[in-house]
Design a binder for this molecule. Structure first.
Ligand SMILES: Nc1ncnc2c1ncn2[C@@H]1O[C@H](COP(=O)(O)OP(=O)(O)OP(=O)(O)O)[C@@H](O)[C@H]1O
Ligand SMILES: [Mg+2]
Length: 261
């Protein structure tokens, strides 16, 4: 199973759009995917139009916060064919407090521990990370093997990246298997020079990690309002084409990885 964190400390760069559409793209290609919402905004589930009763809080703590025990399998919600979600939302505030109260030497590895028993035949586990940086962000990167970092091709994009890399390096000292695997340029606006400039700089800096860009596409903003992925909402839009391509790249890389001795 590949464990991928869609992460970037900067807000509004397309993390949730990427996590949701990539996860559904992979699911439509026959991969079994668990998508984990790590944000108090509960955007992941909103984007998919589902509102599960339980989620990541219950999955990790084993109860609902009001004395009722909750099994791990009850916390996982089937959202689509081949696609399951672990919901986030406001309860993650309590989860972060709870994580903060755990012993210093184990608090960062709690998520990794709770994911351990079996992977229920999953091919991908994808974390939709929140912006910023806290005890939950560290837990996610301790549990992940790969980071996919969306970079919006507008404004001071490379500044945000530098800050995030500082965080990443600090976790890599504890989790040696963590790799910055993909840099995904998002919101590429063909009409602006800025988009082209940032994209070319990223290509030079990250020859191996760079992915084909996700172009700016209004359909990608409209789909979540309807609670649907881009493939359900506008399967022939450029956003669907771009995310389909990204899913294909991940699958191809996975096959190549397996072929290596
Ligand atoms: N390629 C795109 N074209 C047009 N709009 C996009 C594109 N990608 C994302 N958006 C829009 O940009 C906004 C921010 O995207 P999104 O919520 O995915 O970012 P995020 O990084 O998850 O934000 P946050 O840091 O708040 O969690 C949303 O309104 C989304 O619909
Ligand atoms: Mg988000």
């Amino acid at each position: 199973m590949r464990i991928i964190a869609v992460a970037m400390a900067k807000g509004g760069v397309g993390k949730t759009t990427t996590a949701v559409n990539l996860a559904h793209g992979l699911a439509l290609a026959g991969q079994r995917v668990l998508l984990v919402d790590c944000d108090t905004q509960a955007q992941t589930t909103t984007f998919l139009g589902v509102s599960p009763p339980y989620g990541l809080y219950e999955f990790i703590t084993g109860h609902d916060g009001a004395g009722q025990a909750v099994l791990k399998k009850e916390a996982v919600h089937a959202a689509r064919k081949n696609l399951w979600v672990l919901a986030g939302g406001i309860k993650l505030v309590e989860l972060k407090n709870w994580l903060g109260e755990q012993a210093r030497d184990r608090r960062h590895a709690i998520l990794r521990q709770s994911l351990k028993p079996g992977n229920q035949g999953l091919d991908y586990l994808i974390f939709d990370c929140a912006p910023g940086w806290d005890v939950l962000s560290v837990n996610i990167l301790m549990a992940a093997n790969e980071v996919l970092c969306p970079v919006a091709l507008q404004g001071p994009a490379l500044e945000g990246l530098k800050t995030f890399f500082g965080y990443l390096v600090s976790v890599q000292q504890l989790n040696k298997s963590l790799r910055l695997r993909y840099i995904l340029p998002t919101m590429f606006d063909r009409r602006t020079r800025q988009s082209h400039d940032i994209y070319h700089r990223l290509r030079r800096l990250f020859r191996k990690q760079i992915c084909d860009p996700i172009y700016h596409n209004v359909r990608l903003c409209e789909a979540p309002v309807a609670g649907r992925s881009i493939f359900e909402f506008a399967g022939s839009a450029s956003g669907a084409r771009d995310y389909r391509k990204l899913a294909e790249r991940l699958i191809d890389d996975g096959i190549r990885q397996e072929d290596q001795p």
